[in-house]
Design a protein around this ligand. Sequence first.
Ligand code: FE
Length: 187
Amino acid sequence: MKNRMILPAVLAAAFLMVLYFAFPLKGKTTGKNGAQTAADSLTQKEDSTMETMNLTEEEWKQRLTPEEYRVLRERGTERPFTGLYWDNHENGTYKCAACGAQLFSSETKFDSGCGWPSFYDVSSSDAIELKKDYSFGMIRFEVICKKCGSHLGHVFNDGPQPTNLRYCINSASLHFKKEENPKTKNK
Ligand code: FE
C-alpha cells in the first residue's frame, strides 16, 4: 500500500517543482530569491542565444572557405598586404564574414601601413568582444565578433584621434558591402 502511494506523491512533487520553476521564467517579476536569480540568468541566456549564432565547427567548415575558417575559427592571421581589403578605399560597410553582423564602416577606416584593414572605431560597441591574448609572448587584445564568437583580429592603442585605437582586422574575417549611393559623392 505504501509503495502505491509513493509514485503519485513523487509525480505530484515533480509537477509542483516544474510549475515553480517554469512560471517565474516567463514572468517579468523582480524577486531577489535564489530561484529568481537563476531564472533571470536563464532568461538572459535565452535572450542572448537568440541574438548569437552557435554552430558546430563542422557547420562552420561547410559555410566558410578554408582561409576564412582558419582565420575566423582557428584564430589565424593572414599575411600582411595580401588580404582583399587592406587597400580598399571604397565607401561601405564591413560585415563579419561568418555571421554577417555589421562590424566596421569605411568612415573609420584609415591607412595604418600595417598591411591589414585598420579602423579607429567599431560600428557599435555591442558588435564585438575583447579578450586578453597572451600568445606569441605578447599581451594583446583579441577582437571577437559578439554574435558568432569568431576571431576578427586585434586592437592596439596606437591609432589616430579621436579614439587612439587601431582595430587591426583580417580581411578574411570581413565581407565588404559597397555603399550603393554614396551620399558624399555627386553633391
Ligand atoms: Fe560574426
